[in-house]
Design a protein around this ligand. Structure first.
Ligand SMILES: *Cc1c(COP(=O)(O)O)cnc(C)c1O
Length: 775
């Protein structure tokens, strides 16, 4: 298989060069690829053959695939989106490539010890990584620090950079295989390496060797590990170095390749487009300016025109704690030349605002790229790019009408929406082959190339034999998940129970706590009434918490404490089981999602930009219980309100509360006995021998006024959870809704998303790759 991929890979690159196809480069600090063997086999059309061959040799294919280590170079949704996009680009025959960092350690491996999260290093390169190819010949020098001098030469101001630190950026290329089409694109991952010739040895000084080792270490640190934070910004100098390292190496390699086409730089944007995945790679704007001005000797205006036409920006969050702002001093010290350029961009932008937008004069300080000694990366990205997109309709409208409103006034034509998507090849064909087969038997296989064709299933929604087939698949998948849980945790789950899952990073806004409060409430009801008629439920959590996020880690401990109590209860455990499955990752997601009945998407409205877990679960037949947030809004539009369980504050209501300041969490605690009975268990040693263990959670709700409106939405959540149980009791009705969800999920294939990027932002067309004849 690898040989065929490499042959197609070469052919693809050659065809792109010959056709001078416009290339897209997707710059992302994260690519959460998961495993590649099975999905590459699928895309190469070899999966069935391999299955049969392995079986005939006496191997279990699943066990063989399990040998591959996940490539976990991402935290969560943002990194997984980048991976789904690469799959869709190649599958749509689009010339689009990834630019990322080859972290030596990916996202930490999570263990649960005594209910607490423990982080272990993810040494994914320990055994060699079969998919990568090191390209020493394409190594690039990246420069940090030093000083900048300017002088006038031939009437032009020239800048020269001295005393900088040199870092060698070495690319490791990973092939990205398209589905059934010969296209193989490239994910280029950069590794920071030192060279002996970039270090000055003085033979007279014996300790130089140790200095060299220190120096080598300091350089290799740049691509050593992925920062384990999601939707949070930490102003760590090493993280900023990583960002520049990616940007500079990536841009230099793109310009080198472009120059081989012998086209003038003024036409760069006809051949190249750079999409940045969130603000992390925003330094592409000043770095491209630097390369064009200092290296290519273009004037400012020409360089700016090119930059503005080449760079496009995707925003992923409106959470203020996630918006990047770097200290001006840090930028100045690390990138003295870039600092001058950013300063100039800012001056020109602010002047333009002053003269052209007199009505915005009182907003200039708020819109500036540099203000109060901080560099605002999202402002830099917006000013320097031709397209600014949000990732779901609601998110884009919040950007335009609230968070980035003044920028929308200045650049209305730049704003657009691109609702996220997921690759149905990995998340349906690979993860749930049984379901894929049942679908194909009903409507044929056209949906595999054109996922919107899944709507053909609508006419089968009330067909009883199709319903039976769908129900059987779900049940079989529950048995498989039950076996995994039995093996790993020695806990037996009821295969007739409602499998209720919340799998995503642990974060206050995602409200795992609200889910847990419902569980504790059910537990209290069972204690009060041992004969309570409850449809059995299995609650599954999967979530990593950022190691420095202590609230999130306390929530993990609380989930485990509640699970321990409930699962060991002689009566209640037959109705409720609670499982925290450790080390949530792409591979674990692929096991859980096919077995899920209920998809928990319960973020505080306005806080989840899109979500993609919601899409994966819908595509696998789970019904959503969710707030009107992110892409949940679009799911509800598609399936109709009778096929989704919606509850809670709307985003406008959340904004109104935030403006007026008249939310009083304490009133909900005082006035709702059920809520009090739940919350008091956190601080009376019921779930922990220690009465201070969960007090921070309790205090954040009562004394810090419950930033995420958990108490406000509790009552509506409990009520709608009761509707869920009622609906589930009528299996025909439930399966009917499940089929409608699958049928409407085609819209959320990332093929649709990528087609929209290609048409509306990138202006690129497919390039067909010919068939290779291999002898
Ligand atoms: C899809 C996915 C996510 C994103 O989940 P959300 O529910 O959208 O936050 C995170 N982690 C992994 C491993 C995923 O596969």
């Amino acid at each position: 298989m690898k040989d065929s991929i490499h042959a197609n890979w070469q052919m693809t690159q050659q065809t792109y060069d010959e056709n001078e196809s416009k290339q897209v480069y997707y710059f992302s600090m994260e690519f959460l690829l998961g495993r590649l063997v099975e999905s590459n086999l699928l895309n190469m059309g070899m999966l069935d053959l391999y299955h049969d061959t392995l079986k005939s040799l006496g191997f279990n294919p699943e066990e063989v695939f399990r040998e591959e280590h996940d490539a976990g170079l991402g935290n969560g949704g943002l990194g997984r989106l980048a991976a789904c996009f690469l799959d869709s680009l190649a599958s749509l025959q689009l010339p689009g490539h990834g630019m990322g960092i080859r972290y030596k350690y990916g996202l930490f491996q999570q263990k649960v010890v005594n209910g607490y999260q423990v982080e272990l290093p993810d040494n994914w390169l320990k055994d060699e990584y079969m998919w990568e190819t090191k390209r020493d010949d394409k190594a690039i020098e990246v420069r940090f620090g030093g000083t900048v001098e300017s002088k006038v030469e031939n009437g032009h101001l020239q800048f020269s950079h001295h005393d900088y630190e040199r870092v060698l950026a070495v690319p490791y290329d990973v092939p990205i295989v398209g589905y059934d089409n010969n296209t193989v694109n490239t994910l280029r991952l950069w590794s920071a390496e030192s060279t002996t010739n970039s270090f000055h040895f003085h033979s007279s000084r014996g300790h130089d060797y140790y200095h060299y080792l220190d120096y080598k270490r300091s350089i290799e640190k740049i691509s050593e590990f992925l920062y384990p934070d999601d939707s949070y910004y930490e102003g760590k100098i090493l993280r900023l170095k990583q960002q520049y390292f990616l940007v500079s190496a990536g841009l230099q390699s793109i310009l080198q390749r472009y120059k081989k086409r012998n086209k003038p730089l003024s036409q760069l944007s006809d051949h190249v487009v750079i999409q940045i995945n969130d603000t992390h790679p925003s330094l592409v704007v000043p770095e491209l300016m630097r390369l064009l001005i200092d290296e290519e000797k273009l004037g400012w205006d020409e360089a700016w025109t090119i930059t503005e036409k080449t760079v496009a920006y995707t925003n992923h969050t409106t959470l203020s704690e996630a918006l990047e702002k770097w200290p001006e001093e840090m930028i100045k010290t690390l990138f003295p030349r870039l600092y001058l350029i950013i300063h100039e961009i800012n001056e020109r932008f602010c002047k333009m605002l002053w003269y052209d937008y007199p009505e915005l004069r009182d907003k200039i300080a708020e819109m500036a790229i540099i203000s109060y000694e901080q560099v605002h990366m999202s402002h830099l990205a917006m000013v320097g790019s031709f397209s600014i997109n949000g990732v779901a309709k609601l998110h884009t409208s919040i950007l335009q009408n609230r968070v980035m409103k003044p920028f929308y006034t200045v650049f209305p034509e730049r704003f657009n929406n691109k609702t996220n998507g997921i690759t149905h090849r990995r998340w349906l064909l690979n993860a749930n082959p049984e379901l894929a087969n049942v679908i194909t038997e009903a409507i044929g296989k056209e949906w595999i190339h054109s996922p919107e064709k899944l709507t053909d299933l609508i006419s089968f929604a009330s067909d009883s034999s199709f319903q039976e087939a769908i129900a059987k698949v779900k049940h079989d998948n529950k048995l498989k998940l039950a076996a995994l849980i039995k093996e790993q945790y020695q806990i037996t789950i009821d295969d007739q129970s409602i499998v209720d899952v919340q799998i995503k990073r642990l974060h206050g806004y995602k409200r795992q706590l609200l889910n847990l409060f419902h569980i504790i409430h059910l537990y209290n009801r069972c204690l009060e009434d041992p004969n309570l008629d409850l449809t059995p439920r299995t609650f599954i959590f999967g979530a990593k918490a950022a190691p420095s996020y202590s609230f999130a880690k306390q929530v993990i401990k609380l989930i485990n404490a509640v699970a321990e109590k409930i699962n060991k209860h002689p009566q209640i455990s037959s109705k409720i089981k609670v499982l925290f499955l450790e080390n949530y990752s792409v591979t674990l997601a692929e096991r859980i999602i096919p077995a899920a009945d209920l998809s928990e998407q319960i973020s505080t409205a306005s806080k989840e930009a899109s979500g993609t877990g919601n899409m994966k679960l819908m595509m696998n037949g789970a019904l959503t219980i969710g707030t009107q947030d992110g892409a949940n809004v679009e799911i509800a539009e598609l399936v109709g309100k009778e096929n989704i369980f919606t509850f809670g504050l709307t985003s406008d209501e959340v904004f109104n509360y935030q403006r007026s300041g008249d939310y009083r969490a304490r009133d909900y605690y005082n006035n709702d006995r059920r809520l009090r009975n739940v919350m008091d268990l956190l601080v009376n040693q019921h779930f922990s021998g220690d009465d201070v263990e969960f007090k921070d959670i309790f205090y954040s709700l009562l004394y810090n006024n419950d930033e995420y409106f958990v108490l406000r939405d509790f009552d509506e959540y409990i009520k709608i959870q009761n509707d869920v149980q009622q609906t589930y009791q009528n299996q025909t009705d439930w399966v009917n809704k499940s089929i409608i969800n699958i049928a409407r999920s085609g819209k959320f294939s990332s093929d649709r998303t990528i087609q929209e990027y290609a048409n509306d932002i990138w202006n690129i067309k497919p390039t067909k790759i010919g068939n290779l004849i291999i002898n």
